[in-house]
Design a protein around this ligand. Structure first.
Ligand code: ADP
Ligand code: MG
Length: 487
């Protein structure tokens, strides 16, 4: 520990500023951790751990809004005096260090109290985690590779959000830090790789299942066709025909695979035939004509190859058994249509929900990358259903050891996750944010500025840097964390 300065005038129990000793401004950086010996080196009231933010350099002589002798001197090429320069940082108190761990500070922080910079050998996290059920991660506090970041295991099923603009390192962070952490906590990890490029290529072959291999439940298949055909051209007869045909779908698919060179074509003509037969049997002439027109429109939109995404035969139950066996599984959703991906998600989430309802503790972490695809801010159609399911999974998952990890470009609005879903996430990682999130209600700055973290800072974070905030962080104040990628 190194003595670096003292507490300035005007400190309260929750806020203080540090005046740096001479030349310390060259070495002491924002986001470093410090210890305040409140009341003096000898016999302090308490010892407060804090994090440095909002650095400020003041030199009254160099006011840019008024003309002073020093300014005149500077304008003519001279070097003004630094004699009255003051450098300071805000100290965000993390808490008082006690034998039971970290406690909120209630004593006034006394001006003049000495402040010490924590150095590598003074790892503070062992003090922060006392009395908590902790798992250690491979991430560390920015600037201190040996200070590994602890996570509070209790709050793992209270769900996680990872936010940041494209390329800020969300998928990497999830792969390198969160997934190994979940595995260490005893959770099995199921990854939904939306484009099939972020996780699936990095895993072993047997840990990846392609979405087209999976059988969807009949309701999801109906939703898929509904989306594909503009709601069956709004004709109830056509809808009923599809519904009837989908009954026993997987068996029909298996049969098509057995009996035909081109199973999609085979299935398509069976489906079309079924619809035509039903229409031909309609007695009322006007209804028949309407159904016929709708049928033409539907089959003009729907092509045989559109059937492939719903022609998988692996059941969700078998998929879940694979996950139990292997501990980790990625679903490669690349190439499939959005409706098919969401249809699969509906089947999966219904299955998981069913297991939990029957009283089973899952011990599963579900990684949902590109989360706004499943739960957009203005969820409609099949997205309204997936959004609702995520909300239900989140609520029941808290009691049944299901962790949801949602990854999104932003927090609120068009680039964010649906507000009702977002309220269920209790741990957050904020990477470099999109300017849309820099201001306004519900954005990153609203989450972080109470802790002295400014939007400007968030706009400039380097890839792989995240502010860790919320329930799983044993520190009540968000901290800037990072890691070294292994491969
Ligand atoms: N911790 C890190 N250190 C260095 N580079 C990183 C780190 N994390 C990510 N990157 C770089 O950023 C790129 C984008 O990361 P990715 O996780 O795909 O971003 P996102 O999912 O947010 O769009 C990676 O290809 C990699 O080059
Ligand atoms: Mg990504």
């Amino acid at each position: 520990m190194r003595f670096i300065g003292r507490v300035a005038d005007g400190a309260t129990e929750t806020r203080a500023r540090l005046i740096l000793l001479k030349d310390m401004e060259r070495q002491v950086l924002a986001e470093e951790l410090v210890l305040i010996k409140n009341g003096g080196e000898i016999n302090p009231v308490n010892e407060i751990l804090g994090v440095l933010r909002e650095g400020l350099g003041k030199n009254e002589f160099l006011s840019h809004t008024s003309y002073r002798p020093d300014v005149a001197y500077l304008r003519h090429g001279g070097e003004p005096s630094g004699a009255r320069e003051v450098y300071s940082f805000a100290i965000e108190p993390i808490g008082v260090i006690t034998d039971e761990g970290i406690e909120p500070n209630r004593a006034i922080i006394q001006p003049r109290s000495p402040v010490y910079l924590l150095e590598d050998k003074d790892n503070p996290f062992h003090k922060i985690v006392r009395g908590k059920d902790i798992i250690w991660s491979d991430a560390y506090l920015e600037g201190h590779p040996s200070w590994k970041i602890p996570f509070d295991r209790t709050f793992l099923p209270y769900h996680v959000g990872v936010y940041g603009s494209t390329g800020c390192g969300k998928s990497w962070f999830t792969r390198h830090i969160l997934i190994p952490l979940y595995r260490r906590a005893g959770y099995k990890v199921l990854i939904l790789d939306w484009s099939g490029t972020d996780y699936a290529p990095m895993l072993r072959n047997e840990e990846v299942i392609r979405i087209s291999e999976i059988a969807l439940d009949e309701e999801s298949i109906l939703s898929y066709f509904q989306d594909k055909t503009f709601n069956f051209a709004r004709n109830d007869t056509i809808k009923d025909c599809f519904d009837e045909f989908i009954d026993g779908w997987t068996a029909k698919v298996k049969e098509a695979y057995l009996n035909s060179e081109n199973p999609a074509e085979h299935l398509y003509s069976e489906l079309k035939e079924h619809v035509e037969t039903v229409i031909a049997g309609i007695k009322r002439e006007d209804s028949r004509a309407a159904a016929y027109r709708a049928q033409k429109r539907v089959f003009r939109r729907l092509k045989p190859q559109d059937l492939y995404p719903v022609m998988g035969v692996l059941s969700i139950e078998e998929l879940f058994q694979e996950l139990e066996r292997k501990g980790m599984l990625a679903i490669d959703m690349g190439g499939a249509l959005t409706e098919a991906k969401l249809g699969f998600f509906l089947s999966l989430s219904k299955y998981l929900y069913g297991l939990m309802e029957s009283g089973r503790n899952l011990g599963v972490a579900l990684i949902i990358d590109e989360a706004p695809q499943y739960a957009p801010w203005d969820a409609r159609g099949i997205q309204a259903e997936t959004c609702e399911m995520i909300k239900n999974l989140a609520a029941l998952g808290r009691k049944r050891m299901l962790n949801l990890t949602l990854i999104a470009q932003g927090i609120k609005g068009e680039i964010g996750v649906n507000a009702a879903v977002r309220r269920n996430l209790n741990t957050h990682f904020f990477g470099r944010i999109h300017p849309l999130d820099a201001s306004g209600e519900g954005g990153a700055s609203e989450w972080l500025s109470p802790y002295g973290i400014s939007p400007n800072h968030l706009l400039q974070l380097k890839p792989g840097r995240f502010y860790f905030a919320g329930a799983m962080n044993p520190s009540p104040v968000p901290l800037l964390i990072t890691y070294k990628p292994m491969d």
